[in-house]
Design a binder for this molecule. Structure first.
Ligand code: ATP
Ligand code: MG
Length: 633
C-alpha cells in the first residue's frame, strides 16, 4: 500500500530534543524515527522500525551465509543458568532482575551465553552434532549507569548475538574466522568504515577478543593504531615496560617543603623554583601521582585502592575499570578517606601504603585494614626515582626510589595512553582516535560449557567439554552509527539499502494534475518494487515539504511541480547533492537505474572477498591456551 505523508504516523519537529547532544540522536528524534519512552529506552516509530529491519536483514543474510541458524529466546529468563556461571552476581547493578508472584527470580537478558549453552546441552550429545552456529536478533537489557546519545547506549537495545560450538580448538578458530569475515561483510555492506581492535574481554571472560569500532569523534571508545598495523581499544593496550634500573648509588629520599602544591602542575613549578635540577628542569613525568579510588564489587563489597601513575598522565577510568572488572570504579569521596588518616589529600605518597606499609594489618578474616591496596603503573619499575607526596600537608619527598623505598601490591594498566607512546608491536608511535563499538567477537573457550556441564561424546565415547565463541553486533546502535556517518546539515541521509523508503515523491503547488501525476509515478515505482513515501499533503507548502524530506533523509526525491506543464519532473540525489530534470516518462526508469546501481554495490553476492580483501589468516597459539592470534588487515 502506498504510504502517504497525509496519513503516515510521522511528525517532524523543528526543535532539537533538550537531552540530545549528538547529531544522530537529534535527527532521529526530529525526523520522527524514534521517541523516548523512558531514560535510555526508545520506541521505534514506523520510519525507525523500517531502518532497524533493513539493518537486521543485512546482518541476518550474512549470518545465514556462514551457516548460522536463527532462533529466539524469551525476554524473561530464569535465574539458574546465570547463577551457575556466577553472572547473576557479576553483572551487578546493570542486571534487570524481577520476581514472579511466587517469589521466583527472573532476569531480562543482558546477553545470552548461558541460554544458548543450556539449549545445546538439552538437545545435543555427540561430537557428530558439532560444529554449530546459532544466533538470534533480540532485545537486550542492561541498566547502564550512563545511557547516552539515544540508541547508541540504551538500556534496552537490539543485538544480534551468535554463538559457536566446537569440539576442538581448531574448530573454534575456524568458527571465529567465519564470524570475523561475516562482520567485515556486514559493515562493508552498511557503508561503515571499521577498525578491528584487540579488546578486553571484560565480564565475558575467554581468551581472544576483538572489537569492531566505527571511527567517529562522538564515540565513547578510544582506540590506538600503530604504523605496523596493530590496533587495540585503549582499554586493552599493554604498556611497554622499561628495564629496571640499578639504585645502589641513588641518594637517600629527602622530604622538602612544597607549599601550595596539590596539583602536578603547581608541584613541578614549585620544584623548579625551590629545588632546580642542574641538568634540566623538573617535568611532570618526574612526579608520581597517587589517585585514590573505590572499587565496588558486584557482591556489594567495596575496597579503597590507591593507583600510582607518572604525573604526566591522568588515570583513565575506563582502562582502570576494564582492569578491575567486574568491579565498578569511582573516585574516592572525603567520606571514603576517613578510614585512612595517613593519606593527606594532595600530598599522598606510597611510603605508608603497599605491602610493606607500617600501617598494613590483616584482620582475622583476611580483609586488609589500616592501609589501602596500592597498584602501580607498569612503568614505575624498580630503580626509578620520583617526587611524590610526603603524606604531610605542604611537603613532598624527592628521590623516592621504587623497589627501595616503596613497593606496590601489583601493577595496573590504568594510566591514559598518549599519542606517540611506543606501540606494543615495536613498529613506532601510537596514534589515537575515537570510535563507536559496533561489534565484538570473543573466543570464549570452555568457560561456559564447563560451568553449565555442556559435554559431548567424542569418537572414543569419551565426554569432552565443548568450546564456544560469542559474537555480538549492536543492531540498534548501528541505526545511529549509520546516521552519524551519512547525515548532513539539513538532516538524515540514508544509504539506499538502509533507507526506510528509497524514493520520496513530492507533489508541490495546488494543481490537481500535479497530484495526479505524482501519485501515478509513486504507484509505478512501487509496482517496480521500490519502497516509496508520497508527500500528498494538500495544505503543506513546497518549502515545508522540502524541509521535511531533507530531514527524513530518503536517498532520492522525485519532485512533481510546475515543470509538469512542460512534461518534466525533477530527481534529486540527496547524497550527491545534485538535481536532474527529466521527462515524466523517463523518471521511473532513471530512478530504477540509480537504485539498482546502488543496491548492487551492497548486495550479498558482491560482498565476497572481492570487496573486503583476502580472508583473514588465523593460527592457533597453543601455549596461550588455544588463544587465537589474528593478523589484522
Ligand atoms: P560497551 O563497551 O559499549 O558498553 P559492551 O562491550 O558491554 O559494550 P558487548 O557485550 O560486547 O557490549 O555487546 C555487543 C555489542 O552490542 C556491542 O559491540 C555494541 O555494539 C552493542 N551494545 C552493547 N551495549 C549496548 C547498549 N547499551 N546500547 C546499544 N548497543 C549496545
Ligand atoms: Mg564489547
Amino acid at each position: 500500500m502506498l504510504q502517504r505523508m497525509s496519513s503516515y504516523f510521522a511528525r517532524t519537529l523543528r526543535e532539537d530534543p533538550v537531552e540530545a547532544e549528538v547529531d544522530s540522536h537529534k535527527l532521529l528524534v526530529r525526523a520522527g524515527y524514534i521517541r523516548r519512552a523512558a531514560p535510555g529506552i526508545y520506541t521505534w516509530l514506523p520510519l525507525g522500525l523500517r531502518v532497524l529491519r533493513n539493518i537486521e536483514n543485512v546482518v541476518r543474510e550474512e549470518m545465514d551465509r556462514i551457516g548460522g541458524q536463527e532462533l529466539q529466546f524469551p525476554v524473561l529468563l530464569p535465574r539458574e543458568p546465570y547463577e551457575a556461571t556466577n553472572r547473576w552476581e557479576e553483572f551487578g547493578s546493570s542486571l534487570f532482575k524481577l520476581q514472579d508472584r511466587k517469589g521466583g527470580d527472573y532476569l531480562l537478558g543482558p546477553t545470552h551465553e548461558e541460554m544458548f549453552t543450556v539449549i545445546v546441552k538439552d538437545l545435543f550429545s555427540s561430537y557428530k552434532d558439532l560444529p554449530i552456529l546459532l544466533y538470534q536478533i533480540k532485545e537486550k537489557y542492561r541498566d547502564e549507569a550512563r545511557p547516552r546519545a539515544g540508541v547508541i547506549r540504551g538500556r534496552e537495545f537490539v543485538m544480534k548475538d551468535l554463538y559457536s560450538f566446537d569440539l576442538t580448538d581448531e574448530g573454534l578458530a575456524h568458527s571465529y574466522a567465519l564470524n570475523r569475515g561475516a562482520y567485515r561483510r556486514v559493515y562493508t555492506r552498511l557503508g561503515l568504515e571499521f577498525a578491528i581492535c584487540q579488546a578486553q574481554s571484560g565480564a565475558m571472560g575467554g581468551s581472544a577478543s576483538e572489537e569492531f569500532l566505527f571511527p567517529c569523534d562522538i564515540g565513547e571508545d578510544t582506540f590506538v593504531r600503530s604504523p605496523g598495523g596493530y590496533a587495540a581499544n585503549a582499554e586493552a593496550v599493554t604498556t611497554a615496560v622499561p628495564e629496571a634500573l640499578p639504585f645502589d648509588d641513588a641518594p637517600a629520599p629527602e622530604v622538602l617543603p612544597t607549599p601550595d602544591s596539590t596539583t602536578i602542575e603547581s608541584l613541578v613549578a614549585k620544584a623548579n623554583e625551590l629545588y632546580p635540577r642542574k641538568d634540566r628542569p623538573w617535568r611532570a613525568e618526574d612526579t608520581l601521582k597517587n589517585v585514590v579510588v573505590v572499587a565496588e564489587e558486584p557482591d556489594g563489597h567495596s575496597e579503597v585502592i590507591v593507583v600510582g601513575v607518572p604525573g604526566n598522565r591522568e588515570v583513565d577510568m575506563k582502562r582502570l575499570e576494564a582492569a578491575l572488572a567486574p568491579a565498578e570504579v569511582r573516585m574516592a569521596e572525603p567520606e571514603d578517606m576517613k578510614a585512612f588518616p595517613q593519606l593527606v589529600p594532595g600530598y599522598i605518597g606510597p611510603q605508608v601504603i603497599g605491602p610493606n606499609s607500617p600501617l598494613r594489618s590483616v584482620d582475622p578474616d583476611g580483609v586488609m585494614s589500616g592501609s589501602p591496596k596500592y597498584l602501580l603503573d607498569p612503568r614505575v619499575v624498580p630503580g626509578t626515582r620520583w617526587i611524590t607526596g610526603a603524606n604531610e600537608a605542604g611537603k613532598h619527598v624527592f628521590n623516592l626510589v621504587a623497589g627501595r623505598d616503596f613497593e606496590a601490591d601489583g601493577t595496573v594498566e590504568a594510566a591514559e595512553v598518549l599519542p606517540g607512546d611506543p606501540a606494543p608491536d615495536g613498529s613506532g608511535p601510537l596514534t589515537l582516535a575515537r570510535g563507536i563499538e559496533i561489534g565484538h567477537i570473543f573466543a570464549l573457550g570452555r568457560k561456559y560449557a564447563k560451568a553449565l556441564g555442556l559435554t559431548v561424546l567424542d569418537e572414543n565415547g569419551k565426554a569432552q567439554v565443548v568450546t564456544m565463541g560469542s559474537y555480538g553486533i549492536g543492531v540498534s546502535r548501528l541505526v545511529a552509527a549509520i546516521a552519524e556517518n551519512t547525515h548532513d546539515d539539513k538532516g538524515l541521509v540514508w544509504p539506499v539499502n538502509v533507507a526506510p523508503f528509497q524514493v520520496h515523491v513530492l507533489a508541490t503547488g495546488k494543481d490537481p494534475q500535479v497530484f495526479a501525476a505524482a501519485e501515478k509515478l509513486a504507484r509505478e515505482l512501487e509496482a517496480a518494487g521500490i519502497p516509496v513515501l508520497y508527500d500528498d499533503r494538500a495544505k503543506a507548502s513546497a518549502g515545508v515539504k522540502f524541509k521535511d524530506a531533507e530531514l527524513m533523509g530518503m536517498p532520492y526525491l522525485l519532485v512533481v511541480g510546475k515543470g509538469l506543464a512542460n512534461g518534466t519532473v525533477e530527481i534529486r540525489d540527496r547524497r550527491a547533492g545534485n538535481t536532474l530534470d527529466c521527462t515524466v516518462e523517463a523518471a521511473v526508469e532513471k530512478l530504477l537505474g540509480f537504485i539498482r546501481c546502488e543496491l548492487e554495490k551492497t548486495a550479498l553476492e558482491r560482498t565476497s572477498t572481492e570487496l573486503i580483501g583476502e580472508p583473514d589468516q588465523f593460527e592457533l597459539d597453543q601455549e596461550n591456551g588455544g588463544a587465537i592470534q589474528t593478523s589484522n588487515s
